[in-house]
Design a binder for this molecule. Structure first.
Ligand code: ADP
Ligand code: ZN
Length: 605
């Protein structure tokens, strides 16, 4: 039954309930009498009894006819009532229990209706006893394998271990290893999270239960939690198996604490049930819960604790090579003409997700069919591409060529500063594939774990952070908002160097209370320090950053050709790893040598 049907039914029931209540009210309320008539009758001694409740008056006249009326001012009426030999009864005006029960009637009607309806549904589905449970969350078998998922790189390796533990649960626990319970797949829509969960089930040959996070909360109060329990009972009976919860943010968003509105309450109950179930089952029952989200930032921290979703795997949008591989996966299922070049096609669809690519192949097949062709050629792909890009542009997810260039130079700027300076973490990977709000990313990984940081390391870190903004400025002569996070990071480092780590000669090794967010607030406060000191600190922060900025700028200007080369490499490949960056670097060095030799030669002549 769809939600729309439930909604319509609810509206109908509410309407019936309210109408019924009104009819009932009219039946039980005596016919009304105008107040002036009532006063006249009272004067004429035609009233035998009255019952007062607030301003409303009910009574019986001398000929035993009931009536009701309303007095605007009962106080002034009292003397004339008392002057006659009337029977007067009264009750307090606040709604008594009777009134309360009456007001519940529509609710009871609705609930009753719903129960009856549900029973009918249950009958239709064969079992009422298990309503809302197993038959709504059918067990599935998956014939998807890792072959069907392409272009997700490292993520795949992390997940093969899960497959192993499902295939061979005994071996894992015998070695004392803890079988992972929860895996959180994070990534933009259409990157293949659902597909991947199915592939894990398919590879391991275990049953698969799939459910969307919003399926839990759209239900009525209390149903979400009991569905979670039923799901787990069912899964445990069929272990080893996989439970897949899509859009877990729908139930797993941060808990509000306090202000519990109805729906939130329901969500929290569901989340709590999920946490209890995850903690509850013992390790001999291999049930792996895979959840997917594209908003990992809003998840409740409780979900990410050890023993819950402590494995987190990020799936990014595919780069050129990834897109080519995904094209190949979906291209297998259709008949392609000889002129189709997936390498070229992959380069022309930056920003496409796996789902967009699946859609592209499908659309191209439709185009070919429309033109009565026997196979899909490059023209069909081009036509299909235009159609999809238009759709994506409407959703604002297409990155303009200009933005790509700016991002490429920005990231190259970070990477080059990091590469050319000593005392920095080596560059691991550079990418211009957007992730969340970031347009690109330069990832550095330390060779060894660092527990303390040297002055030089910190200064070079600030220079590296500044590198992005400087590259943009050097090449495009314009500032963009893309550097806001870098600026925040650099300011924080400079602030802590001065206030916490005593690394500034002017301020000296004195601790000043300036929290990392201090510079965003009402200005700096210091531990017992004066306003004078606070001002001094601010100017030293600025001085440190200015110094770093100037040095990084110098570095990028002298290595300007390296910057262009690396940015070009990024524009073509979208991701550049450490090895590839080295190749670009050596190309650059060789060219420089060659140029130098040319200059020397011309001087010799
Ligand atoms: P998500 O769950 O991340 O939103 P899905 O798994 O539902 O994405 O992807 C939808 C479809 O897009 C898949 O069924 C598949 O056809 C295609 N797809 C997505 N990612 C990939 C990929 N990495 N390799 C092959 N096909 C993919
Ligand atoms: Zn940056």
């Amino acid at each position: 039954m769809s939600n729309i049907q439930i909604g319509l039914l609810m509206i109908l029931l509410t309407f019936l309930g309210i109408t019924g209540y009104n009819v009932w009210l009219r039946e039980t309320t005596p016919p009304p009498m105008s107040y002036s008539d009532f006063l006249e009758n009272l004067e004429g001694q035609k009233i035998s009894s009255v019952h007062l409740k607030g301003g409303s008056i009910r009574g019986v006249d001398t000929s035993d006819r009931p009536f009701s009326t309303f007095s605007p001012d009962v106080g002034s009426l009292m003397p004339s009532l008392l002057a006659q030999s009337l029977e007067i009864t009264s009750e307090s005006n606040d709604p008594g229990i009777g009134q309360f029960l009456k007001s519940l009637i529509p609710v009871i009607l609705i609930l009753g209706g719903w129960l009856i309806f549900n029973r009918m549904q249950g009958k239709k589905n064969g079992s009422f006893a298990k309503s809302g449970g197993a038959h709504l969350i059918p067990q599935q078998t998956s014939n998807v394998t890792f072959e069907d998922v392409a272009g997700i790189g490292e993520a795949l390796e992390e997940l093969t271990e899960i497959v192993d533990s499902l295939k061979n649960p005994g071996r894992f626990s015998k070695l004392g290893g803890r079988i992972p319970k929860g895996v959180l797949l994070q990534g933009s829509p259409g990157t293949g999270k659902t597909l991947l969960a199915r592939a894990i089930a398919g590879e391991a040959g275990v049953p698969f239960y799939s459910l969307g996070g919003s399926d839990f909360v759209e239900m009525f109060v209390g149903v979400g939690a009991s569905r979670v329990r039923e799901l787990f009972t069912e899964a445990k009976k069929n272990s080893p198996c996989i439970i897949f919860i899509d859009e877990i943010d729908a139930i797993g968003g941060k808990r509000s604490g306090g202000n519990a509105s109805g729906s939130n309450d329901e969500r929290e109950q569901t989340l709590n049930a999920l946490l209890v179930e995850m903690d509850g089952f013992s390790s001999d029952k291999t049930v792996i819960i895979i959840a997917a989200t594209n908003r990992p930032d809003i998840l409740d921290a409780a979900l990410l604790r050890p023993g819950r979703f402590d494995r987190q795997v990020t799936i990014s949008l595919p780069d050129v090579k990834g897109r080519q591989k995904i094209l190949a996966v979906h291209g297998r299922k259709v008949r392609l003409s000889r002129n189709v070049n997936f390498g070229e096609l992959a380069r022309s669809i930056p920003g496409f997700s796996g789902a967009d690519i699946a859609n592209l192949v499908n659309e191209a097949a439709l185009m070919a069919a429309r033109h009565d062709k026997t196979s899909i050629d490059m023209e069909d792909f081009d036509e299909a591409k235009d159609k999809i890009v238009m759709g994506l542009a409407r959703k604002n997810v297409v990155i303009s060529e200009n933005d790509r260039r700016v991002t490429a130079y920005h990231e190259a700027g970070h990477a080059i500063v990091a590469k050319m300076l000593p005392d920095t973490d080596p560059v691991h990977k550079i990418t211009i594939i957007p992730r969340g709000r970031a347009m690109g990313l330069t990832q550095q990984l330390p060779l060894v774990d660092r527990y303390t940081y040297s002055y030089e390391y910190l200064m070079n870190r600030i220079k590296t952070l500044m590198g992005g903004r400087i590259a943009e400025e050097l090449i495009f002569g314009r500032l963009t908002t893309g550097a806001s996070n870098d600026i925040l990071g650099a300011t924080e480092i400079a602030t802590r160097m001065i206030c916490e780590w005593g690394m500034n000669p002017e301020i000296g090794p004195v601790a000043h209370q300036q929290t990392s967010s201090g510079f965003l607030g009402e200005g700096s406060t210091s531990l017992g320090g004066s306003e004078q000191t606070a001002r001094e600190i601010d100017s030293q922060i600025k001085k440190t950053i200015d110094e770093c900025y100037a040095e990084a700028r110098e570095l990028l200007m002298t290595n300007n050709k390296f910057l262009h080369k690396l940015a070009e490499a990024l524009l073509v490949n979208e991701t550049v790893d450490a090895e590839e960056m080295d190749i670009v670097f050596h190309c650059y060095l060789n060219e420089k040598e060659y140029e130098k030799s040319l200059i020397n030669k011309s001087q010799e002549v």
